[in-house]
Design a protein around this ligand. Structure first.
Ligand code: IPD
Ligand code: CA
Length: 271
């Protein structure tokens, strides 16, 4: 770890403070009304004024307290921040933007801090419910004061599996084919609409496991740490780290059967 880098707990304190203010802004802006400001990768990949305003607020707040840190955000990219001290923040101002647009109470601010490329602190806060998940590397995963443990389910056939779909139609078709082949072998599938929250639900056994192709760093950073600190194994396929090709988050007993089935189904393949 970079010598000048602050402790994970210190970064988490900052992250929580910034995420709470950001979630309050997102909540207020939703109450005032919401509309699509632009589209990104496809016509269904939308960005609202709130996505931009919330990320701007996070960037400004981080800059005030940690002016030398780098920041990567979904809406404004890497910005002009520094990297010399090894600290980089990763923010998704609103994960679950489509839910936000429709007023479905399953979207979150996700904010993580990396030191030397390793995520060491993260917070995910549900904009509508105020539920808040936190984790530090080696310090466990927590929700609202309670330490979290993942599911103890051992049978894939009894497992409730969360997943998601990208915005590109060709990718979605491939993902749907994978789900069609997986669903006969599990309890059921959930597509709730916010990857960071899916990972947090897995951290407390409200779903048993999660997988998805196509996640960006801001979808994964904070929720991935929460999941890992709750005991889930978080990886890609065949020993790869989790990343855009695939993220699997599964309790130890479910990991191999889910991984192997996803590998057989070429879950990381397609466009
Ligand atoms: C999306 C959500 C969704 C997942 C997509 C993500 P966004 O993020 O997390 O659940 O399936 O892969 O892109 O666009 O709402 O920030
Ligand atoms: Ca987003």
């Amino acid at each position: 770890m970079t010598r000048s880098a602050p402790a994970p707990a210190e970064l988490l304190t900052i992250a929580i403070d910034v995420a709470r203010q950001a979630a309050a802004t997102a909540h207020r802006m939703r109450a005032e009304g919401v509309s699509v400001a632009a589209t990104k990768s496809t016509v269904t990949d939308v960005v609202t004024a709130a996505d931009r305003a919330v990320e701007r607020q996070v960037l400004d707040a981080l800059h005030r307290v940690r002016p030398d840190d780098a920041v990567l955000g979904e809406e404004y990219g890497a910005g002009a921040g520094g990297t010399a001290n090894g600290v980089r923040w990763i923010v998704d101002p609103i994960d679950g933007t489509v839910n936000y647009l429709y007023g479905l109470p399953y979207c979150a601010v996700s904010l993580a801090a990396e030191v030397d490329g390793e995520v060491v602190a993260g917070v995910v806060r549900n904009v509508f419910t105020g539920e808040e998940w936190t984790a530090t590397a080696g310090g466990g995963a927590w929700r609202d004061g309670r330490r979290l443990n993942c599911s103890t389910e051992v049978e894939l056939g009894q497992a409730l599996i969360a997943t998601g779909f990208g915005y590109d139609p060709a990718r979605r078709s491939h993902q749907a084919r994978v789900v069609a082949e997986l669903i006969p072998h599990v309890r059921d599938i959930r597509r709730l609409g916010a990857a960071a929250l899916d990972l947090c639900l897995a951290a407390e056994g409200r779903v048993d496991a999660y997988y998805e192709k196509g996640l960006a760093a801001w979808d994964l950073a904070a929720g991935g740490l929460v999941a890992a600190e709750a005991g889930l194994r978080v990886s890609g396929l065949r020993g790869l780290p989790p990343g855009p090709d695939l993220v699997i988050a599964a309790p130890p007993a479910l990991y191999a059967p889910l991984h192997d089935r996803l590998a057989d189904l070429d879950a990381s393949g397609g466009p």
